[in-house]
Structures are given as C-alpha cells and as structure tokens.
Design a protein around this ligand. Structure first.
Ligand code: NAP
Length: 483
C-alpha cells in the first residue's frame, strides 16, 4: 500500500500549558509518534510554557515519564524517545503577568513555522493572544491552536472570537475539536463522497433516521468543578455531536478544502430547527457499581446539571425533510461507544413468504471502540428449507483492513500536523462555533430559567427511561450500547 503523506516544514511549536494533563496524555505522546514516523522535520522544536519554574532537563525528564505512561507500545523504542525529548524546551511564562515573555521572544527563530497551542484553561485564551501580540512573538504566518471549551454560550464565544480577531486573522486560528481528527470521521467523508454507492441514498427518500451516540463509562472524574458549570449539552452536544451531525448531513463541498467544507457544515447548523422540549431528555447518574452519584462526584448535593442528554433534531432543508436525527451522550453508561448510525428505510414489501421482519440496512460508523464501519445487510440464512432472511454486518475495522493499529494516528497528532501544514479543514471556524451556540443557548437558557431537574438514571445503563421513550414513541429503537 502506498501512502502519500504531505511533508511538514520545520517548526517551533509553543505549548502553553505544556505541563498540564492534556499535554502529558495527548499532545506530547502524539508528537512523539509523529517524530517516530519521520514527520517532525530535523531541527523542529517543542517549547513548553507554564508558570512553574524548571529547566529544559527537568521538563524532558517529566515528559519522558509521561510519554512512557501514555504513549503506548512505541515508547519501547527508547533510542527514538531519547532523540525526541532533545527537541523539548521549557520556559516559565505567566499568561496573565509579564514574567517569561521576553525569554520566550528570544527563543523564537525566524524562518520556521511558529505555532502556539493554547492548552490552558479557557479563561487564559484571550490573555495569551494579547501577550503574543504585545511581545511581538507571533508573526503574520503564526498559527494559534485554541482548545475547548470555546465559550460557554453565544455571547462569550462572540467575545472570544472578537478578542482573537484583534490579533490574528481567521486563517491563523485553529479551534480544535478532536473528534474531527479521528480517522473514522474523515473516512465518513471519504465513504460518502468517494463512492457511488451511498450518496444517491443519503436523503429523506431512503434514510429513515440517523442516530449519533457518544456514551462514556467514566464519570466526571477530577473535572467535577468545571463540569458542574457546564453539563453534557455544553461539554459534548454543542461541539462534538454537532460536528458529527454536520459531517453526516452536509451537502458535498465542491472540493475538499477548508472553507468549502466549513461553509457546508455551517449551512447544516443554521438549518437546524429549534428543538421541541418534548424531544429532549436530561439525565444525571445515581450511585452504583461504577462509583458515587453525579452529585457526590461534583460535591454539589443540589446540582441540577445534566450528565446525559438525548434529543431529537430536525434539519430544515430538502435533503433531510422529515428525517429525525437522534443524538445522545452521557457519562457512566453501559459501554464506551461513539458511533453514527444511518438507518435506512425498510424495503416496504417483502417477496419472501413468511418474512415478517422489517429488514433495514444500517450503516454504522464507529469512532470507538475499534474505529471502523459496518453495513448491516440482509441475506439468506444458509442451509436448506426455504428462504429465511437474516441481517448480518459487513464489518470493516480499519486496523484489520488497513494494517496494524499503530498506523492509525491519534486525533491530536493528526490535528497538530495539520496546523503545521496550514490545513484548517478539520478545525472549527468562528462562525460555526457561534451558530452552534445559537442553537443550544435557548435550550440551556430554558432549563436554567425553570430550574429543570434532570431525570435520574442508574449507572451502567443506556440512560433514563425517558430517553428510550423518545425513540419508542416514534416506533424506533436506540442501537444497543454494548457493555
Ligand atoms: P491542566 O492539567 O489544569 O493544565 C493547565 C496547564 O496550564 C498547566 O501546564 C499549568 O501549569 C498551565 N497554566 C495555568 N495557569 C497558567 C498561567 N497563568 N500562565 C501560564 N500557564 C498556566 O489542564 P488540561 O487538562 O491540560 O487542559 C488544558 C486545556 O485543554 C483546557 O482548556 C481544557 O479545557 C482543554 N482540554 C483538556 C482535555 C484533557 O483531556 N485534559 C480534553 C479536552 C480539552 P502551571 O500551573 O505551572 O502554570
């Protein structure tokens, strides 16, 4: 198999928050894998910046341990790991103060790509943009990578966009949603737009409904303080599920190019109808075998924040008229599953005697576990005794189909390399983020206004009973979440 990888130019990547959880678990291990794959050009550097005082040697030691812990089997290649950590540097910088900025400015080199990853709390994004500008550290070609959450409502997202726009052009701003960096998500576009098979059926004539599920088995973990002010709607639906919805529902862009793709995604968000409140279920997990209740986890006995949301959405355009999009996401659920399922209409009339089942083709796109796709098709059950029909999956797990698992890069490493290449296709544009908030804001505001109490659900289930009813009322069923 010949693969074409677009080379990257030499770069200096500054990671603000380079000692934090995200840097240790995802960014540095991901960069190491790209280094090992030969994608980090000779002389490229990673410069970590945070407030703690330490030198390059301390930082390298810490990151060596972190990469070994989170970097998978490739870290057994200690020679490469030793070589990689030599490209790491550290400078103590306070995003809100003056300390460290002139040292950082001195470290920067001309003639290489400058990228600045804002891997710090969202309250510091504006400070960093301002100081990069003030200290003339960012140049006209520099890129900034902005982590989530991008605002907590339309107003704050607009304000953040405006602050960033004072110092950076839109083509310099990379708003990250790591779901877009997943192999399967990009494959969704390849499958839709690269095959004659699917696109003709991708509309209300043939599609009965679409389900998007992002289920986690974990609770809020150590993020309780943040999460309780946010909830599943802000933390997952407004960004990740919305992005998946866009990719599944958008029209074909005229080419696979950043703004062409993002224009089409934006049209989907703008075409979303306001959600009927009878079509939303909020939930909160109770204590169970997985651990304490949500309220105990966030240390707020009266919390009304949701750890689960299920809803039915409609897109008001010709392609999707009348086709429901069912979205659900939650914590402490039965299994860890992220998938999009396109459920096609049944054939209407069966020519086979005694066949009462309603056979449906389902294209399931799995983001996890086992990134891949399967297409449920109806065939004859083998053996004598007439025509008995059975539904079987045509399964394509990418790791099996395309070689061993390590060749599928993690979302973060792919996205960071796209930043260096200057490719914004898999990043959210400012207007997209604002449109997504404009759709979710009225829902959240209504919950807050009436102090809506979420339905409780048992840990290890598929969420509150009402979420099942949301589907049952329509004569449909959620796909099973396997434990
Ligand atoms: P974290 O573990 O709390 O790390 C924060 C980092 O920022 C540390 O390196 C900290 O180091 C630095 N920092 C804090 N205040 C600073 C200041 N005033 N000036 C300079 N540096 C400062 O947070 P995280 O989990 O890595 O998350 C970082 C960002 O990624 C957040 O926006 C988060 O929402 C987002 N995110 C994280 C994850 C994840 O899995 N962790 C997933 C998705 C998104 P010092 O204290 O030494 O300054």
């Amino acid at each position: 198999m010949v693969s074409r990888v677009i080379p990257v130019e030499q770069f200096d990547l500054v990671i603000f928050g380079g000692t934090g959880d995200l840097a240790r678990r995802k960014i540095l291990p991901g960069l190491f894998r790209r280094f090992r794959a030969g994608q980090m050009p000779e002389g490229s550097r990673v410069i970590a910046a945070a407030r703690s005082e330490m030198d390059d040697a301390d930082y390298r030691k810490q990151m060596m341990a972190a990469i070994k812990e989170f970097g998978g089997s490739e870290t057994k290649d200690t020679e490469s790991l030793e070589a990689f950590v030599q490209s790491l540097h550290y400078v103590a910088v306070d995003a809100r103060g003056d300390g460290g900025w002139s040292e950082l400015a001195q470290l920067m080199r001309d003639g290489v790509i400058r990228a600045f990853y804002f891997s710090v709390g969202p309250g510091l994004f504006g400070d960093l943009a301002e100081r990069l500008h003030q200290h003339a550290i960012a140049d006209r070609d520099s890129r900034i990578v902005v982590e989530k959450p991008f605002g907590r409502d339309l107003q704050s997202a607009k304000a953040l966009n405006a602050t960033l726009a004072q110092h950076f052009r839109e083509d310099q701003i990379y708003r990250i949603d790591h779901y877009l960096g997943k192999e399967t998500v990009q494959n969704l576009m390849a499958v839709r737009f690269g095959n004659a098979l699917f696109e003709p059926l991708w509309n209300s004539h043939y599609v009965d409904h679409i389900q998007i599920t992002v289920a986690e088995t974990v609770g809020v973990g150590g993020r309780g303080g943040y999460y309780d002010k946010s909830g599943a709607m802000r933390d997952m639906v407004q960004n990740h599920l919305m992005q998946l919805l866009c990719l599944i529902a958008m029209e074909a862009p005229n080419q696979f190019e950043a703004d062409a793709v993002r224009d089409e995604k934006l049209k989907v968000i703008r075409a979303l109808q306001p959600v009927d409140f009878h079509h939303i279920v909020r939930g909160q997990y109770e204590p169970g075998s997985g651990g304490p209740s949500y309220r105990e986890d966030v240390e707020n006995p009266r919390s009304h924040t949701e750890s689960f949301v299920a809803l039915k959405a409609h897109i008001a355009n010709m392609r999707w008229a009348g086709v429901p999009f069912y979205l659900r996401t939650g914590k402490r659920m039965k299994g860890r599953v992220s998938e999009i399922a396109v459920v096609f209409k049944d054939i209407g009339h069966s020519i086979f005697e005694g066949d009462e089942a309603r056979h449906r083709n389902i294209l399931a796109i799995r983001l996890q576990p086992n990134e891949g796709m399967d297409l449920q098709v109806t065939i004859k059950e083998p053996g004598p005794g007439g025509m008995r029909l059975v539904d079987v999956p045509l399964d394509m797990t990418f790791a099996d189909a395309l070689g061993d698992e390590q060749e599928v890069p993690d979302a973060y490493e792919r996205l960071i390399m796209d930043v260096i290449r200057g490719n914004q296709t898999l990043f959210m544009r400012g207007d997209e983020v604002e449109a997504a908030w404009a759709w979710t804001d009225p829902i959240i505001e209504a919950w807050e206004a009436r102090n809506d109490v979420p339905k409780h659900y048992d840990q290890g289930t598929a969420g509150p009973e009402d979420a099942m009813m949301l589907m049952h009322r329509d004569g449909r069923r959620w796909r099973e979440i396997k434990g």
